[in-house]
Design a protein around this ligand. Structure first.
Ligand code: ADP
Ligand code: MG
Length: 724
C-alpha cells in the first residue's frame, strides 16, 4: 500500500500555508485601484482636451476620436513603466471562454545597441495576434488567418503584477479581417448599444431630457470549490477535466447543511484575504464572501458594475483565484459539477439597466403600482424572457453546465420569471385592467424587546427560479460557474432591446394618435402581461408538477446542450440578432458550430480519461485486491480449513467483470467514427460516450466501497471535500 493517494494525505498534513500578504498597516481602501489606469490617473496625466474627449466616449458613449490615441498611449506607457511594467499586452476574450493575451516588450533596440521604450497610439488601438488556432466556427478561412485586436477604451487598462515582471494589460475586442466578432466582448458592446438606444426612447416618453448612455449593469456571483493541491494532482480527472469522473459518495455529504454560511476555515480565509488584496489593486470591488452549500464550496460576489467592465473583471477574478489558490497550496475549481452527489456551482448574473444619473431603472419604490416607468421596464423583461426563453437557455448551454441545470439544486432548464408577492399582485391587477394598490412592506416582530423591529421584504426570495426579481434587479441563475458572463449578458441586452423597441414604438404611435400617455401605458402593460404572463411563475421550480404545468403553458424545456443550441440558428433568433446588429447570420452560425465543437471536445476528453484511469489505475487496484482474496482462499484451503468463505471474493468479482465489460464498451464507442460534422460528433458524445462513461463509473464506485483502503489509488470524496 504505497499509493499516490496515501502519499498525498501525508503531504497535506505536513503543509504549512503562507502568511497573508496584507502587510503592515496597509488598508484595503488605500490600495483600491492602485494598478488601474483610472479616470483619476488619466485626469492627472492627460492634456485637458484629450481627457475630455476620452471621458465623452467612456461616460457618454460618444464615438472614439482616433486623434487622442497617441497622447493616451504615451501617458499610459509612462504610468506603466513607473509601475514596473516591461511589457504590454492586448487582452481579449476568444470563444474558448478563456482569456487570451499577447505580450510585447515596450523596448525597441536602437542603432547604438541600447533600447528605447516605445508605445505609439496605433499600437494601443490595434494589435494583430497570430490567431489561427482560436475557434472561429468557420468565420475565418485558414488562408486568411489574421485576427485583429482593437482597444476598448470603456474598460480601463491595468498593470498585472507578477514576481517575474509586470505587464500593462489593455482590454480589447477580437475580430476577423471583415470585422466579424471572434470574441465575447464585441457582441456585448454591440448589444449594450442597441438596448441603451431603445431604453432612451422610453425615457424620453417619460419626460427625461438629455439622457446619456443607458448601459446594462451586472453583478456576478461566483461559486467555486477549493481542494488541496496534493489531492488535485493525484486525480488525473480533476487535473484534465476539472471534475471527478469517479468517486463514491462520502458517508457524510451536505445533508446536515452545516457548511452553508458556516465559519470559514482559517486556511480558506487566508486565501480569501489574499485574493481580495489582489482584486482591490485591480479595482475589482470584491464585497461578499461566504461558505456555500456543499463542503469545500465557497462564493464571492463583487459589487455590480457596468456590464462590460463587470465581464472583464469577472475573467480577471477567475485567473486571480486560480493563481492565489496555488500559492496557498490549493486548487480552485470553477467546474459546474466537480463532485457528484453534492451541489454544483453557478454564476448568478444580476442584471439591471440605467446610468449614473438615473441609477437602476428596475427600482420599484414603495408603490410599484404607481410607478409607471418602472412597470414599463419590468414588462419589457417579462416580454423578453417569454419570447426568447429558448435563447436564454442556449446562452448557458455547455457540456459542463448540463450536469447542474435541472439537477434539483440549480434552476430547471425551463426559463421562467419569479416576481415576488408584491409585483406579481400588481401585474395581476394590471391584467384585469389597472393596478390601484401595492402590498406594503410589513414589519417583523421577533419577540424580544431588545431586538430591532425588522422590515420584511415584499419581494421575497425564491431560490428555484432561473430568472428572479430581487428588489432592484433581475437575477439570472442558470449561468454556469465556468462560463463568461458575456454570453448571458449579450442575450439579455439583445432581447431587452427588442422588447423596449416594441414598447417605445407602440407608445410613440399612441401618443402621436392623440391618446393620453397614461392611458397608452396602461393599455400596453395590460397587453404585455396578457400575452406574456405565462412566463411568470412564483412556485417551486424543482417540483415535478412544474415540468407538466410549464408544458401546458407552452414554455420550452430544453434539457441538454444539444436541445438548446439549435435555438441559436432558429429563424427568429437570426432575425433578432441581425435586426439589432449584434450578430449577422454568419456569426450566429459560427457560435452554434463552436457550441457543438466545445461540447464534443469536452465529452471526448472525459471519455478518454475515463478509459485511461479505469484501465491503468482502477482495474489494477481491483485485480490486486481480488488476487489477495484469492490467495487467502487458496491458503486457507491448503491449510485444510473446511468451508472456506468465498463471499468477499465473489462480491468483488462481479463489479470487476462489469468494469471490464464497461471499459470495452467505452473503448468501442471511442473508436467508432461518428462521421462528418460537428453535430454528428456532439450527438455521438451525448448518446454513446456519456452512457458508456456512466457504466464505467458505476462499476468503479461499487468497487471503491469494497477494495482494501490501502490499495485504492484515487483520493476519495471524503478526503477531497473535508480536508482543507
Ligand atoms: P444574494 O446572495 O442575495 O443573491 P449577493 O450579495 O451574494 O446576493 O450578490 C448580489 C449581487 O447583485 C452583487 O454582485 C450585487 O452587487 C449585485 N447587484 C445589486 N444591485 C444590483 C443592480 N441594481 N444591478 C445589478 N446587480 C446588482
Ligand atoms: Mg448569493
Amino acid at each position: 500500500g504505497n499509493t499516490v493517494r496515501l502519499q498525498a494525505i501525508k503531504d497535506v498534513e505536513a503543509y504549512v500555508p503562507p502568511a497573508v500578504s496584507f502587510v503592515g498597516d496597509e488598508k484595503p481602501g488605500e490600495i483600491f485601484g492602485e494598478n488601474v489606469f483610472s479616470k483619476v490617473v488619466m485626469q492627472k496625466r492627460l492634456p485637458k482636451s484629450v481627457f475630455k474627449s476620452v471621458m465623452a466616449t467612456i461616460d457618454k458613449g460618444k464615438k472614439l476620436d482616433p486623434m487622442v490615441a497617441d497622447a493616451v498611449a504615451s501617458a499610459m506607457k509612462d504610468w506603466a513603466l513607473e509601475k514596473g511594467a516591461t511589457h504590454y499586452a492586448h487582452v481579449f476574450y476568444p470563444l474558448t471562454g478563456l482569456t487570451a493575451e499577447k505580450h510585447d516588450s515596450f523596448f525597441d533596440p536602437v542603432g547604438d545597441g541600447s533600447a528605447l521604450a516605445e508605445f505609439a497610439g496605433k499600437t494601443l488601438i490595434q494589435g494583430e495576434p497570430d490567431a489561427s488556432s482560436f475557434p472561429n466556427g468557420g468565420l475565418r478561412n485558414t488562408f486568411e488567418a489574421r485576427g485583429y485586436t482593437g482597444w476598448d477604451v470603456t474598460s480601463p487598462a491595468y498593470v498585472l503584477e507578477n514576481p517575474n515582471g509586470n505587464t500593462l494589460c489593455i482590454p480589447t475586442v477580437f475580430v476577423s479581417m471583415t470585422g466579424e466578432a471572434l470574441d465575447h466582448k464585441t457582441p456585448l458592446l454591440r448589444s449594450q448599444q442597441a438596448m441603451g438606444g431603445h431604453a432612451e426612447r422610453i425615457l424620453k416618453l417619460f419626460g427625461h431630457e438629455n439622457i446619456e448612455n443607458i448601459v446594462s449593469f451586472c453583478g456576478p456571483e461566483q461559486e467555486y470549490f477549493l481542494v488541496d493541491r496534493h489531492f488535485f494532482l493525484a486525480r488525473p480527472d480533476l487535473l484534465n477535466a476539472g471534475r471527478t469522473l469517479f468517486g463514491s459518495k462520502p458517508p457524510k455529504g451536505q445533508e446536515f447543511d452545516d457548511h452553508y454560511f458556516g465559519a470559514i476555515p482559517e486556511r480558506v480565509l487566508g486565501f480569501m484575504m489574499d485574493t481580495e488584496r489582489e482584486l482591490f489593486k485591480l479595482g475589482i470591488p470584491a464585497k461578499t464572501r461566504h461558505n456555500e452549500v456543499a463542503p469545500g464550496q465557497f462564493e464571492i460576489a463583487p459589487m455590480f458594475e457596468r456590464g462590460n467592465i463587470a465581464a472583464d473583471h469577472q475573467q480577471l477574478l477567475m485567473t486571480t483565484f486560480k493563481t492565489i489558490a496555488k500559492k496557498h497550496g490549493m486548487e480552485c475549481l470553477f467546474h459546474e459539477k466537480p463532485f457528484e452527489g453534492v451541489n454544483g456551482s453557478g454564476k448568478h448574473v444580476n442584471f439591471s439597466l440605467g446610468n449614473s444619473d438615473l441609477g437602476s431603472l428596475l427600482v420599484p419604490g414603495d408603490n410599484p403600482h404607481d410607478n409607471a416607468q418602472f412597470l414599463v421596464f419590468c414588462a419589457a423583461v417579462i416580454r423578453a424572457v417569454h419570447k426568447y426563453g429558448g435563447l436564454l437557455r442556449a446562452s448557458v448551454a455547455s457540456a459542463t453546465n448540463d450536469h447542474r441545470l435541472g439537477a434539483n439544486e440549480a434552476p430547471p432548464a425551463i426559463i421562467s420569471i419569479f416576481l415576488g408577492d408584491q409585483l406579481a399582485d400588481v401585474f395581476d391587477q394590471i391584467a384585469k385592467g389597472a393596478a390601484t394598490s401595492s402590498k406594503g412592506k410589513g414589519t417583523m416582530m421577533i419577540g424580544a424587546d431588545t431586538l430591532p423591529v425588522l422590515p420584511t421584504d415584499p419581494g421575497d426570495r425564491n431560490r428555484t427560479s432561473p430568472f428572479a426579481f430581487t428588489g432592484n434587479r433581475f437575477e439570472f441563475r442558470a449561468p454556469g460557474s465556468m462560463q463568461t458572463v458575456n454570453g448571458p449578458m449579450v442575450t439579455i441586452n439583445t432581447i431587452m432591446a427588442e422588447a423596449l423597441d416594441y414598447m417605445a414604438t407602440n407608445l410613440e404611435a399612441a401618443v402621436a394618435d392623440g391618446t393620453d400617455f397614461d392611458t397608452a401605458v396602461q393599455n400596453l402593460l395590460t397587453e404585455i402581461i396578457t400575452e406574456h404572463g405565462a412566463v411568470v411563475f412564483n412556485g417551486d421550480g424543482y417540483s415535478d408538477n412544474w415540468q407538466i404545468e410549464a408544458e401546458e403553458r407552452g414554455l420550452p424545456n430544453l434539457r441538454t446542450t444539444l436541445d438548446a443550441l439549435p435555438e441559436l440558428i432558429s429563424d427568429s433568433a437570426m432575425e433578432l440578432f441581425e435586426k439589432y446588429k449584434v450578430f449577422n447570420h454568419r456569426e450566429m452560425h459560427s457560435r452554434y458550430e463552436i457550441g457543438l465543437e466545445q461540447y464534443a471536445l469536452t465529452v471526448f476528453v472525459e471519455a478518454r480519461l475515463t478509459l485511461e484511469m479505469g484501465q491503468t489505475s482502477i482495474l489494477p487496484a481491483a485485480v490486486r485486491y481480488q488476487t489477495e482474496l484469492a490467495q487467502n482462499v487458496s491458503a486457507l484451503k491448503g491449510a485444510g480449513v473446511d468451508d472456506v468463505d468465498m463471499t468477499a471474493l465473489q462480491a468483488v468479482s462481479a463489479p470487476l467483470s462489469e468494469l471490464r465489460a464497461a471499459l470495452a464498451t467505452l473503448k468501442g464507442a471511442l473508436e467508432a467514427d461518428p462521421g462528418g460534422d460537428a453535430l454528428a460528433e456532439a450527438t455521438h458524445a451525448k448518446d454513446e460516450l456519456l452512457p458508456a462513461m456512466a457504466a464505467v463509473r458505476s462499476a468503479s464506485d461499487t468497487l471503491e466501497a469494497m477494495v482494501a483502503d490501502d490499495l485504492w489509488p484515487l483520493p476519495t470524496y471524503q478526503e477531497m471535500l473535508y480536508i482543507l
